[in-house]
Design a protein. Structure first.
Length: 671
């Protein structure tokens, strides 16, 4: 029998060095809550992985990033490169080819060949004797050749023979040899992480898009007639001309009559009042039905096909609540909250009461059947062509419910995008993103001054939040007409559109109220006067006060400049005026650089000196920029240039950096 160690002997026992690696791997990114949730990327985005990898002494290390789609048997590998030697920061990347969840891990080791090559080159340069080192190198290459395939082995053996040549330094610096030795060379004791981390790869629309929200019922031929899906199809050219990618519709389901709200959310309504679309359900059906005043399911599918012809995606609102007339109330009364007298409790946010809707009890005894039905609602609409959902008030439902539902929907429809309408506390908002929501509404709607905007977007884009929360910057909504739009006039709408469209890869407006600069609110409120939530409205889309042309220009700029289709590339710039905000975005390769300057004061002209280190732009002392809003080109000199913005002309500059190129005719021009 083996001798049993005493506790004192165990305390002083030597470690087993047989398989112990001297390499340490720590600070792996991206990871969310230690790997409890996946980080997120959109299809087409690179997945960049970093870690601090080090060992004792001055050894050169090698590291490999291994990745695969979840469920695949084989791992794929790519080398990690030492990017910041002083921080021992290694970086590797891969570009996911499919939607779904990928997993990755890291291994690292002391690179015998790299250390031998470095030290041998140093000795060679100063004329030291290296005969023994050459023999050691030949052994290293021959051992690697034994592990390689025939063609690669032949190359390695050829290099082994060249180690005794007079041009040894050139051989030591050969990139092909280095790459082969990284793959097949002796690795020694490898540090292999047992942990894997995940990255969820979603549809491109989860990252980038311009959203336009409207009430189709307000598109009727006159103010007294309810609009239809057919009217909305006729309206598509208007939306397309402004350059929007997503057309988002409030709930399209039948609307209850019991306790129906009247104009401005009044408790009394007339037979002609259409009610709130969020009071879902009537004798005509529930969440899987269409309001017959809008049309039929077939009409809705026709809308989707017509929108696709304009490269517009249809998004619909899903609100998990019911009118008292909803079929669920009779068929499944067990799904709702009951009061002591046996009646179903209406929705409340004391002192506010929503008499026209009943909330679900997601923790009722019959919760499995409720959760399944709610999941089936999303799948039903996804089967009918809807792949983008704006979810109403998700923060009032259990996190575990959303995590389950989103996972189940994506099994059948992996390209589904979920937008969380959660103007909630920061931790609630971020946790909804962790459990699966693709995008989230944000506090941008109320961030107005330079300090607020700089601090907020630095938090969104340059902390770990950026790994899992994607903002969608709505400038207004049917529920929110912020103060700056109530009092700032037309220029306020322009500057907020400029900020939203350039700060965020995804942004949205509620129209046509936004482009028409509608600013009428109920007293001491952010609610619109005569809100479309409760009544039909009619709009003069040709009003000369409209900023639709300005919005169209912004959306065209977004489509033509890849730098504006990302978030984490935002860099704030210094401009000497507290009422002006300046920032830049650029593509990874630096071929597209966009500089934005916004006058945050909707009433007065503001000016200041914009400071841009030319090294950051990679340009000479004199360079040219093109204002994509006005079309004017400017020659700038050095790091400091004067900017002036009149809000009544345009409160926004969107500059594209123009680079000088040489043509076949041997003259320069800027692109």
């Amino acid at each position: 029998m083996p001798k049993t160690q005493t506790s004192q002997e165990a305390k002083h026992a030597l470690p087993d060095l047989k398989d112990e690696s001297r390499v340490v791997i720590e600070g792996v990114q991206p990871q969310v809550d230690g790997g409890a949730f996946p980080a997120k990327r959109a299809l087409g985005e690179r997945a960049v992985v970093s870690a601090n990898i080090h060992a004792d002494g001055h050894n050169i290390l090698a590291a490999i990033l291994s990745y695969r789609k979840l469920g695949e048997k084989n791992w794929r590998e790519t080398a990690m490169i030492l990017q910041e030697p002083g921080l021992d920061l290694f970086v590797g990347e891969f570009e996911p080819a499919e939607l779904g969840t990928y997993e990755f891990t890291i291994c690292a080791w002391i690179d015998f060949y790299a250390n031998w090559s470095r030290d041998t080159a140093k000795k060679l340069v100063v004329g030291q004797e290296i005969g023994l080192e050459i023999k050691e190198g030949i052994v290293l290459l021959q051992e690697a050749a034994q592990a390689a395939a025939a063609d690669e082995a032949a190359v390695l053996n050829k290099f082994a023979g060249q180690l005794q040549s007079s041009d040894l330094l050139t051989v030591l610096q050969n990139d092909t040899l280095f790459a082969l030795m990284r793959r097949f060379g002796k690795r020694g004791r490898v540090r292999e992480l047992e942990t894997t981390w995940q990255i969820l790869v979603e549809a491109p629309r989860a990252l980038y898009g311009a959203w336009y929200e409207l009430f189709p019922r307000s598109l009727g031929p006159n103010p007294s007639l309810h609009g239809t899906f057919g009217d909305l199809i006729n309206h598509l050219p208007y939306v397309a001309e402004m350059g929007f990618d997503v057309l988002y519709l409030p709930p399209i389901h039948p609307i209850g009559k019991t306790n129906r709200k009247g104009p401005n959310n009044s408790l009394s309504s007339s037979p002609s009042d259409p009610g709130s679309p969020w009071a879902i359900g009537s004798a005509e059906g529930g969440h899987k039905s269409v309001n017959p005043l809008l049309g039929t399911i077939e009409d809705f599918r026709a809308l989707g096909k017509a929108a696709a012809d304009y490269s517009i995606d249809i998004a619909i609102d899903i609100a998990f609540q019911c009118s008292p007339d909803h079929p669920y109330v009779k068929e499944h009364p067990e799904w709702f909250f009951r009061r002591l007298d046996g009646t179903i409790r209406c929705a409340e946010n004391p002192p506010k009461r929503y008499e026209d809707i009943y909330p679900f009890d997601f923790e009722c005894e019959q919760w499995p059947s409720l959760w399944k039905e709610m999941t089936d609602i999303f799948i039903f609409w996804a089967d009918h062509g809807v792949k983008i959902f704006r979810v109403d008030n998700p923060h009032t439902k259990p996190y575990s419910f959303w995590q389950h539902l989103i996972k189940e929907v994506r099994v059948k429809h992996p390209d589904t995008v979920f937008l969380a309408e959660a103007f909630a506390r920061p931790k609630v908002m971020t946790h909804l993103a962790k459990v699966g929501f693709s995008q989230s509404y944000t506090y941008f709607t109320w961030r107005n001054n330079k300090e607020e905007l700089t601090q907020y977007f630095s938090e969104l884009y340059h902390t770990d939040i950026s790994e899992y929360l994607r903002p969608n910057l709505f400038a207004n909504t049917p529920d929110i007409l912020p103060d700056i739009l109530q009092y700032g006039g037309r220029s306020a709408f322009m500057l907020r559109a400029g900020l939203a469209a350039t700060l965020g890869a995804s942004y949205g407006i509620y129209g046509p109220l936004f482009e028409l600069c509608v600013s009428d609110a109920l007293p001491n409120s952010e609610d619109y006067q005569d809100s479309e939530k409760y009544q039909l409205r009619s709009w003069n889309l040709d009003d000369p006060y409209s900023i639709r042309d300005f919005i169209a220009r912004l959306n065209r700029i977004r489509r033509q400049n890849l730098a504006l289709q990302s978030n984490r590339n935002l860099k704030f710039l210094t401009i000497e005026n507290r009422d002006m905000l300046a920032y830049m975005k650029s593509t990874d390769d630096g071929t597209n650089i966009v500089l934005v300057v916004v006058n945050l004061d909707p009433y007065h002209t503001q000016s200041g000196f914009l400071h841009i280190p030319t090294w950051l732009l990679g340009v000479d002392h004199t360079y040219q920029v093109h204002d994509l809003i006005s079309g004017v080109r400017y020659f700038w000199n050095g790091d400091s240039n004067f900017i002036s913005l009149d809000p009544y002309v345009s409160p926004v500059h969107v500059f594209k950096l123009l680079r000088k190129v040489k043509t076949e005719r041997d003259f320069d021009y800027f692109v």
